[in-house]
Design a binder for this molecule. Structure first.
Ligand code: PEP
Ligand code: MN
Length: 266
């Protein structure tokens, strides 16, 4: 499969030393106190580069918490001011892109449900024209490598060269131990087609429960993935979304300490 990606290496836009890029933070921003206190605990580990939090949440079914909305951007901004962590959030519409950029969010990501819809991805890409911001594109919910590459091409086509992919696993009819099947071969194919594209693993959404996370995280490192995005909440048991898969900042530090990393990320 041909592709036409023109991208910059990860280390040219974020300095992680010789370590993988670590993005961590709650699935959803819930309250200002939750975002800011989680950020402090994560920053204090000394192992986290970027604070993540979903502000607009694409829920599979209606009637559940759909995100705190724009006010959460100010909480991320405060967390950054107090901790120095960079910030990242999911964008799914042109308006999200405009608001996130106006609030100074450092990294945007496209969620798995959005990647599956070329109209949505194109809308996001159009809103990014002329902007210099890193964008990470999650794999689509369905195991379709072309959709993933197509989304990366649309964002890249808008002039975004600070580009990365997030491997978060794929929905499957078959129920297994994983919430989303990793289907590692799809990530391997992406790596083969676009070796210069950084791939960041999202063990939280692959596993769906925190017990499996160390196993998937180690596997991602063994495959030389260049980073991790892991959901971390100050008190996972009361998280408003994805409670079963979130880990405390202390557990995250422990997890990262116990990883064996063969190569420096490049
Ligand atoms: C998330 O990161 O919280 C999220 C909604 O992820 P995904 O798009 O991978 O389902
Ligand atoms: Mn989540």
């Amino acid at each position: 499969m041909k592709h036409s990606l023109d991208i910059l290496p990860l280390q040219s836009w974020i300095d992680t030393g010789d370590k993988p890029l670590i993005i961590a933070g709650p699935c959803s921003a819930e309250t200002e106190e939750q975002v800011v206190s989680t950020a402090h605990l994560l920053a204090n580990t000394g192992k986290v580069n970027v604070l993540r939090a979903g502000i607009w949440k694409p829920r599979t079914r209606p009637g559940e918490f759909e995100g705190i909305g724009s006010v959460g951007l100010q909480w991320l901004k405060r967390a950054k001011e107090e901790t120095g962590l960079l910030t990242a959030t999911e964008v799914a519409t042109a308006k999200h892109v405009e608001e996130a950029l106006a609030a100074g969010i450092d990294i945007l990501w496209v969620g798995a449900r959005s990647t599956a819809n070329p109209f949505t991805v194109q809308e996001i890409a159009d809103a990014l024209k002329g902007v210099d911001v890193p964008v990470l594109v999650k794999n689509p919910v369905n195991p379709d490598l072309s959709l993933w590459i197509g989304a990366l091409e649309r964002i890249n086509g808008a002039g975004i060269k600070k580009l990365g992919a997030i491997h978060r696993g794929f929905s499957s009819f078959e129920k297994t131990a994983f919430r989303n099947e990793p289907m590692w071969d799809i990530a391997i194919q992406l790596k083969t087609i676009a070796p210069e594209l950084p791939i960041i693993n999202d063990p939280s959404h692959i596993c769906g429960n925190r017990e499996l996370i160390p196993y998937i995280t180690q596997k991602a490192m063994d495959m030389d993935m260049q980073g991790l995005i892991i959901e971390s909440h100050i008190d996972p048991s009361v998280a408003w979304t994805d409670a079963k898969q979130q880990v405390t900042p202390a557990a995250l530090a422990d997890l990262l300490d116990n990883l064996s990393i063969r190569h420096a990320a490049s």
